[in-house]
Design a protein around this ligand. Sequence first.
Ligand SMILES: [Zn+2]
Ligand SMILES: [Zn+2]
Length: 310
Amino acid sequence: MGPPFRQTNIIDGVYGISEQYIKKTSANLACTICGHQSKAIKICPCRTAGYCSKDCQKLHWRTHKASCIEAAVAHDMSDYLMYFLMNNTLITLLRIALIEKGGLLDDPQPNSCHEVAVTVTVMPVTDEETHELAYGRVDVNDDTHEIPGCLTFSMPTARPFTSIPVKRPILKHHPSETQIMMVWKEAKYQATKLGRSKNPVVVVLFSYKHHQLCHAIEITPDAFEAAQKFRQPKLDVSSALMAHNKPEERPKAWLESILMVINDFVRDDYEDKLKMRLKMAKYDKEFIRNIFTTRLEREKAAGAMTSKQS
Ligand SMILES: [Zn+2]
Ligand SMILES: [Zn+2]
């Protein structure tokens, strides 16, 4: 018997959770309102609620509306992430970033369940618009002021790369297992079937707002090769110079420059061939403004401190 859910076929070596599995776990095949259990439960398009009848659905709508729209946002985000993962250049760059973040070049630990968080932000495509937002020249509530945005990825330093050794990736799943472990095992199972048991697998938790989308990514030998090349100073002069005197900062500098390459690649796609451009929502505008407001306030506070001292 294989695992209880199948991989979604995105690209070779990238594993997600199938929609069927999400439906089963999120709505649990029981009516959200009356609890009636049946195989005929209609699942809400947001996939977080299910109903036995139109009446139950109507009853729920008033309280569910807001979270339903929210869940639909997560659904859209999963589409954008698909485009990201399906692009050969981007998936290779992401694999290099994962190698750097986890120190996998020195110790790949193929039998450990690796987990890492990636934050997804929607940034304005142009610097001008970023400035407009940062300095409060844009009303974030004004729907008519459209700002073209694109996905931007970061790996917060505060969130560590965790690795749990798994002695034997068994095929059977236990209900108490975390989703991360289940996705990891599924990916490991598929990779082993293809004769690639030596490839480490990293479960990436992409987070946008409070939504999380989980994908297991197999780290393939070509990514290791690319990561090795990337470390050669000739290819990455600035970060190599930066890290020259501080060996302990090297992986951090490499990671930052690889993330920069990823984000520039997405931002410079003016014809939207990658399909990763989107209108900035109110939340995105507020998010960018908040980043800059806190930064400006910090700078102001620092400025006041130095002027006091002098
Ligand atoms: Zn019902
Ligand atoms: Zn819904």
